[in-house]
Design a protein around this ligand. Sequence first.
Ligand code: FS2
Ligand code: SF4
Length: 520
Amino acid sequence: MFCFQCQQTAGNKCCVKVGVCGKQPDTANLQDDLIYELIRLSEVVSEKESNTNTDRMVIDGLFITLTNVNFDNSRIKNFTEEVREEIKQLGNLNEIPVIDLWKGETDIVSLRSTLLFGMKGTAAYAHHCKNLGFEDREVTNWFYKGLREINREHSIEEWLSLIMEFGQINLKCMEKLDEANTKSFGTPVPVKVNTDIKKGPFIVISGHDLHDLKMLLEQTQDKGINVYTHGEMLPAHGYPELKKYSHLAGNFGTAWQSQQKEFENIPAPVIFTTNCLMPYRDNYKDRIYNTNVVGYEGLKYIEAKENGYKDFTPVINHALELGGYKQDQSMSGINGGHILTTGFGHGTVLANAPAIIDAVKSGAIKHFFLVGGCDGANPGRNYYTDFVKQTPMDTIVLTLACGKFRFNDLDLGEIGGFPRIMDMGQCNDAYSAIKVALALADAFQCSVYELPLTLVLSWYEQKAVCILLTLLSLGIKRMYLGPTLPAFLSETVVKVLIDTYDLQPITSPEQDLDAILGRG
Ligand code: FS2
Ligand code: SF4
């Protein structure tokens, strides 16, 4: 096996014996086989018409290979077989040569991998769009194009230009997902979310898929079951069409890397709608249900019907059987807080734009930080907690994705009625942050990187890669990135990013804050 697609890759180089994520060599090889077949499929489709089946294959096929999504060899094999069948249907393509993804000149492997990993992230967003009945055709077509380009030789300059083109495609995909979510569930509004668990039966739902949550809420209504979000599902509480269900009772636990500890003793089933799934521990194995592209041999799976409908009866019966806690349970976040807030998407923030602009002009708000991205187990990730704790009182911290669980239970007070920490949503809601940044730049008649705004990003898996490429393609400069730089970026590529975009690897919160705020 060879895999270096995520931040926790072995020795910050590559996983070759077994994945740090728990991925076994046979699984890694099967995932590579799937990518090779998707490349072949894209080559065939360039001469034929794509169809809804091939669209599903490229999107879900890429998503299946994203970190912490699918460890189930038989499902990956079956999926690959389906792709082979489709290729045969479309033409005789057994002869299509496919490049060896991991071999070649270091910089080329690096650039090719950057594009492939970014596309895996975008595929996740396109998958959620599809679940809600939305699609941007230009994005779907680009998956075929991107896979074909991965199979071609390009100069460094050509690769860089393709990668920037792709960054704009991912922006379109996040925009479409924003449209899908807000048209389906309304514009998010700020809400306070409880972290305590009420007595009685409950279900925990993790991942990013709001459509699954909606179906679960409908099916659990009036059944005496409470539903708690987990991880990236937390922002669901802000959507009017989801928050209207009173049994959407709160949020359970923190970010994904704590699941093996947090799920151990809970008297409730857990549904994974997307990443990040870790290899299970026996003490909670029977209580995990997967759906969508998530898979793990030995875990239960909820299949979608032809029309996308899912019957969650097995999970509901399981929750009733387990019965939940006998008494209300007091739970807290990693800093001891009990209340989380979310729902500060572009709709809410921009509705308050005049007040925010006034606060900046009067000097009440001196600087904005976007501290966002993935969480993970790396000890260096304490940086983000310390960074937020040390931000001055006259600054605002915008956040998104699961990295926020490092600090979203802190009470940092308010400025002029605005909480100092505002959760904009899931990783794909980076679209909201971009919209707000562009609106502020417009109001102050400057470019985004002249704003008193600094992006401090944490990355783990490939959705962070596509978002980073979008931000670069927008010309956003001087972003801070950690906890480590991606192992798949070669020295030359890192140099380009530093020279062209002034990309900053994080150092210490003190040193970075001094540099950002021009102190010391
Ligand atoms: Fe966190 Fe995992 Fe959002 Fe990433 S829940 S690291 O997938 O996508 O963020
Ligand atoms: Fe290693 Fe990450 Fe690949 Fe898992 S996904 S095998 S941890 S690089």
